[in-house]
Design a protein around this ligand. Structure first.
Ligand SMILES: *Cc1c(COP(=O)(O)O)cnc(C)c1O
Length: 416
């Protein structure tokens, strides 16, 4: 099938795929238990997963939903963002970060990125207008963007912000919605990601660090007088058609009557997904992150100090990555040369990837008038980037195979 390259692991050879999920007996047992419990939609496991996620992130409330995309689109709708509004997004990201802006009828204002692939703060400052209703910094590869600085820039907008509706008036500035699809478990300023931006969106898609097959979550961290419990209840209702009672609340005998308060959406998480998430979360810090970090450190040891390569930032004084992607760059390659290197690596039966094609290179965004010429850093990073496999079951021997495949392919294509 077309997904073989992404998901199948062949443990009998040194060859490796890119990012298969960690599905072992513990996960299979947990899902099986959930199935046999008789409760398969949103229920006790989802609620437990949410409580544990909130405790992990150090925030008062988390809601688990069916994807980052639907969760974050609900945030834009909640904040009343629509036609005439602007939302600032880095050009170097997965399309979801900006697609949600188009879904609500607002305009994505794309800004270029800095050397570490995160949003360029000066470019962000220049992009702020009275119509900017939201800023979506992206923790690319798992390295946290400077959320604290982004929050300060949002604060600076206060004087010129034009609020529409009560919610916007209450906050009085652009909402900071962090795209932490890659960075669950990363730290910034000594705290887990989730505790910095107003609202943080996580993805639990199959290829992400922590998976529920498909899934996502929102961590609420808004300043007073916003109330996290009230927000949780509202988003719960928004994710269930605006229905005043969820399935769990309706199980009480005789409690059949409900109302629909507004025409809401449908994007709740199921207990089958949460069952996977609970296993994943339980072993995340002590096991998953430890292994991912060891893999990235092994790549680092191999490529640091070799002038042909530019290694990614994994941590600095302010932050530590969740080690989601190992985004290697070739120092001197053009885009066609990088493509040829990837072809040569594939010939050696090793799967690599490119994260990401900047949005202005994609047809949908070209049609809207975005030009890659306005994003020189994004293009320069993309043209030289190769993401190496990082996943729990990748062995040290396989990491060494990847390293050798990359070195040999670079020598073959670029000489030296
Ligand atoms: C995966 C991803 C998303 C979307 O997550 P879903 O859960 O699949 O909706 C958003 N942003 C980035 C940067 C991603 O990599």
């Amino acid at each position: 099938t077309t997904f073989d390259g992404l998901y199948k692991i062949d443990k009998t050879t040194a060859q490796c795929t890119f990012s298969p999920p960690r599905i072992d007996d513990q996960v299979v047992q947990a899902v099986s238990d959930a199935l046999r419990s008789g409760w398969i939609t949103t229920g006790p496991r989802t609620k437990e997963f949410e409580r544990k996620l909130a405790a992990y992130c150090g925030v008062p409330r988390v809601i688990a939903l069916n994807s980052w995309t639907n969760a974050c689109e609900l945030v834009l709708r909640w904040y009343g963002i629509g036609p005439g509004d602007e939302v600032i997004v880095p050009s170097y990201t997965y399309c979801a970060s900006a697609n949600i802006v188009l879904h609500v009828g607002a305009r994505p204002v794309l800004v270029d990125v800095a050397d570490d692939f995160t949003m360029d703060l000066e470019a962000l400052r220049r992009a702020i207008t009275p119509r900017a209703k939201c800023i979506i910094p992206v923790d690319i590869g798992g390295l946290p963007a400077a959320q604290d600085a982004v929050m300060r820039i949002a604060e600076e907008q206060r004087g010129i912000f034009t609020a529409r509706g009560d919610v916007q008036a209450q906050l009085g500035r652009a909402l900071v919605l962090s795209d932490a699809a890659h960075s669950f478990g990363a730290t910034l300023l000594g705290r887990k990601v989730g505790a910095q931006a107003d609202i943080t969106g996580f993805s639990f898609h199959a290829v992400k660090n922590l998976t529920t097959a498909e899934g996502g979550a929102l961590a609420f961290n808004l300043p007073a007088p916003f109330d996290a419990d009230a927000l949780y209840a509202l988003f719960n209702t928004m994710s269930l058609h605006g229905q005043s009672k969820d399935a769990l609340a309706k199980t009480k005998p005789g409690a059949w009557r409900y109302d629909v308060e507004f025409p809401g959406w449908k994007c709740n998480m199921t207990d089958l997904q949460a069952a996977i998430g609970l296993v994943e979360l339980d072993r995340y810090d002590a096991d998953t992150l430890v292994r991912r970090k060891a893999i990235c450190e092994r790549y680092h040891a191999a490529f640091s100090g070799d002038p042909r390569f530019l290694v990614p930032t994994l941590r600095d004084d302010l932050r530590e990555s969740s080690y989601h992607l190992y985004m290697l760059r070739l120092t001197a390659a053009s885009e066609p040369q990088r493509d040829a290197v990837i072809e040569a690596i594939a010939q050696r039966a090793v799967s690599v990837n490119v994260h990401f094609q900047p949005l202005p290179l994609l047809t949908a965004y070209k049609r809207l008038g975005y030009r890659i010429e306005d994003h020189p850093n994004a293009y320069r990073h993309y043209a030289r980037e190769i993401s190496l496999p990082v996943y729990y079951d990748l062995s040290d021997a396989q990491v060494d195979t990847v390293v050798e495949a990359v070195r040999a392919s670079v020598a073959e294509v670029l000489g030296a």
